[in-house]
Ligand binder design. Structure first.
Ligand code: G3H
Ligand code: 13P
Ligand code: ZN
Length: 307
């Protein structure tokens, strides 16, 4: 099966009350861990690449790894640009085999966001590629943009934004944030905003960024083996499950992958200080990613056996 767009995935997810996991990839072991999890649970997948990942790993390598993932797994996999910050970057991805791109102009004015999103949509759609955009601003760090507080998505803007841009899915701000330190106080999401948007945009796929749950076991392992991620707190799984049962069709996860790898490698070196063959510690790290992703697919996203 070739790489697919998210169109069919989202249609089925919306109807079925589940979400597709969009996992950030930077290297081979991460792709393999995620794809093995998808294969074992029979789940569609979105593998996404940030600008930083492109710089780190080189797009050609990432693209070839994606092709290998499709050949090896025979799963429906979408290849997505995460947080594209310009028309040129989105165009480059459309021209180079991505099946989905995000144009993130959420830091611009409403009018500028519409204008650039529309431009990306026109180019992408002409080439069979789908587009995600963002309205509202997440707290935390997003590549170049740092924001201390949430700027929740204004439901009154969503219909105009979607109809003027022709965008295929919309990322919204309802209280999630990027990174491993999400909530200073109580972990809460504004489901009232999501409900309003759901009513205003019937059958339209919504995206949640900043949706790592920061499993306590990784925090504990990192602490135990000499690291320090004190105060790390993610989105509770039951809130993500609720969002997935509503209009949220795509849930973005990156920090949990980072934590899984780091916890596993720290533990490995503490237990085997004599090891220096990378395969000795990258192999259990890959398994840790697989187990974490399987847990998400079955218990949080609900995308297992949906192929
Ligand atoms: O939302 C951003 C993703 O977690 C990607 O992070 O830009 O460090 O690759 P990155
Ligand atoms: P997390 O930092 O919560 O994993 O969010 C990742 C994300 O939104 C990627 O776009
Ligand atoms: Zn994001």
């Amino acid at each position: 099966m070739p790489l697919v767009t998210t169109t069919e995935m989202f249609k089925k997810a919306y109807k079925g009350g589940y979400a597709i996991g969009a996992f950030n990839i930077n290297n081979m072991e991460t792709i393999q861990g995620i794809v093995e999890a998808g294969a074992e649970t029979r789940s569609p997948l979105i593998l996404q690449v940030s600008k930083g990942a492109r710089q780190y790993a080189n797009t050609t390598y990432l693209k070839k790894l994606m092709e290998a993932a499709v050949i090896e797994s025979d799963l429906p996999i979408a290849f997505h640009l995460d947080h594209g910050d310009s028309f040129e970057l989105c165009k480059d991805c459309v021209d180079n085999g991505f099946t989905s791109v995000m144009i993130d102009a959420s830091h611009m004015s409403f009018e500028e966001n519409i204008a650039i999103t529309k431009k990306v949509v026109e180019y992408a759609h002409d080439h069979g590629v789908v587009v995600e955009a963002e309205l509202g601003k997440l707290a935390g760090i997003e590549e170049h943009v740092v924001s201390d507080s949430h700027q929740y998505t204004d439901p009154d803007q969503v219909q105009e934004f979607v109809s003027k841009t022709g965008v295929d899915s919309l990322a919204i701000a309802i209280g999630t944030s990027h990174g491993a330190y999400k909530f200073k106080g109580k972990a809460e999401l504004r489901f009232d905003i999501l409900e309003k948007i759901e009513k205003l945009l019937p059958d339209f796929p919504i995206v949640l960024h900043g949706a790592s749950s920061v499993p306590q076991k990784f925090v504990d392992l990192i602490d135990k083996y000499g690291g320090n991620v004190k105060g790390a707190q993610g989105v509770p799984e039951e809130l993500l499950r609720k969002a997935a049962s509503m209009a949220v069709c795509k849930i973005n996860i990156d920090s949990d992958i980072r934590l899984a790898i780091t916890a596993c490698i720290r533990q490995h070196f503490a237990e085997h200080p004599e090891h220096f063959d990378p395969r000795q510690y990258l192999s259990p790290a890959r398994t840790a990613i697989k187990e974490m992703v399987k847990h998400k697919i079955i218990n949080v996203l609900g995308s297992d056996n949906k192929i």
